[in-house]
Structures are given as structure tokens and as C-alpha cells.
Design a protein around this ligand. Structure first.
Ligand code: BEZ
Length: 211
């Protein structure tokens, strides 16, 4: 199934390292990150899960729950978590879906047969509190993801959701943001009391509203 931005993230029930999860119920009112791994006991995945474990507080601060997926079973995941904790000097305390029958992987189109028909690629779905898909990224198995970039994008998505702003190229948290093209400059001046800098009628900047 091809999933596109704005689609409702498909609901599912899955076994995980922290018990059975009904996805939408588990998300509640939080945002979510669902990300797949080619397989357990693989080197790149081990570093990725360790990195996410270390960033867990950053995700929580943004009201984001993280949920990993690998197409091995729960017992395999649990053994692997021991290795991740040991080698990455951290503690994985988010769930990992066991998906040996590829049920969730197929639902989210995480298997790209021309890359491999045995493993998932490195898919990432960011899901908003409205359960809609806000971002999809696909990396090949050989490239570990940049989770700092994922946090940066979540900051941008949440600013857009809350303040009618967009973020420019290479934007970083606390830098100026772009006033949404849907807002007239006269209205923007009222809406953004920190000031609006009009570079062109279609290119207006304002300080980050929540800083
Ligand atoms: C890894 O996670 O290290 C990996 C998995 C599949 C292919 C290549 C690397």
C-alpha cells in the first residue's frame, strides 16, 4: 500500500517487546515515529536503536512516541536489546514490533522488492496527533539514519501545526521562520508581534514564535 502525506496512518495490532500494541490507541494524543529496520543483530541497526534510545528524552519533550519495527520475533528482539544496551551504552525503553509475517511491513510498504524481498528498507513515518502522516523518508539498508535531522523536522512540523509558519532551507531550532503564504502581510504583522520582515511580498520572515 502506498502511503502519502496527509493519509491516515493505518491502524494495526502487533506484538512488541513491550506487549501487544494497538497502534492508534497506543499513540493516544501523541505524535509518533514508526521506523523499520532490516533485521535484528545487524550493525547499522544496532547503532540506530542505540541512538534513538539516547534521544528518547528529546522525543518525549516533543510529545512524540517512538516505535521501531524489525521482521524478527519478540525473543530475538529481547536478546538483541541486551546487545544494544551493552554496546551503545544506553537503555532501549521504547517498543520494537515483532513482524515475522511482514503484516505491518506490508501495510506500510516497507519492503522494496528490488532492494530486497527478505528485509524491510529503513522507512520512517512521522505521524501527527491527528493520526495523519506528516513525513516519510526511505533510506537504504546500508545507510544509518540521521535522527538529529528527524528531530529538526519534527520541530518544523510542530511549528507549522501550531503557528502557521514554514521553515526555510537548513533551518535550525531558534532561527527565523517563514510566514505562511496563506497569510496576508497586514494580518501577519498582527499575528506575529515579534515582527515581520518582508523581503518580497511572497517571502516574509519572522522570529520563531515559540522562543
Ligand atoms: C545493518 O543494519 O547493519 C545492515 C542491515 C542490512 C544490510 C546492510 C546493513
Amino acid at each position: 500500500m502506498t502511503l502519502r502525506l496527509g493519509d491516515i496512518a493505518p491502524d494495526f495490532v502487533a506484538e512488541t517487546t513491550e506487549g501487544t500494541i494497538k497502534f492508534h490507541e497506543w499513540l493516544g494524543t501523541s505524535w509518533g515515529v514508526l521506523f523499520s529496520h532490516p533485521a535484528d543483530y545487524t550493525p547499522v541497526c544496532t547503532t540506530e536503536l542505540g541512538t534513538v534510545a539516547k534521544l528518547q528524552k528529546e522525543f518525549e519533550a516533543r510529545n512524540v512516541k517512538v516505535l521501531a519495527l524489525s521482521v524478527d520475533g519478540v525473543e530475538s528482539h529481547k536478546g538483541w536489546i541486551g546487545d544494544i544496551n551493552e554496546t551503545q551504552n544506553t537503555k532501549v525503553d521504547f517498543p520494537i514490533i515483532a513482524d515475522p509475517d511482514f503484516k505491518v511491513a506490508n501495510l506500510y510498504d516497507m519492503v522494496h522488492p528490488n532492494a530486497s524481498d527478505k528485509f524491510t528498507v529503513r522507512s520512517v513515518f512521522v505521524i501527527g496527533s491527528d493520526k495523519k502522516i506528516k513525513l516519510t523518508i526511505t533510506y537504504p539498508a546500508s545507510t544509518g539514519r540521521n535522527f538529529d535531522e528527524l528531530l529538526r523536522v519534527i520541530d518544523s512540523l510542530q511549528l507549522t501545526a501550531n503557528y502557521s509558519v514554514a521553515t526555510p532551507a537548513n533551518w535550525k531550532n531558534s532561527e527565523d521562520v517563514v510566514v505562511s503564504p496563506a497569510i496576508k502581510t497586514a494580518d501577519a504583522i498582527v499575528k506575529f508581534p515579534k515582527g515581520v520582515r518582508e523581503i518580497k511580498p511572497y517571502l516574509r520572515m519572522t522570529p520563531q514564535p515559540n522562543k
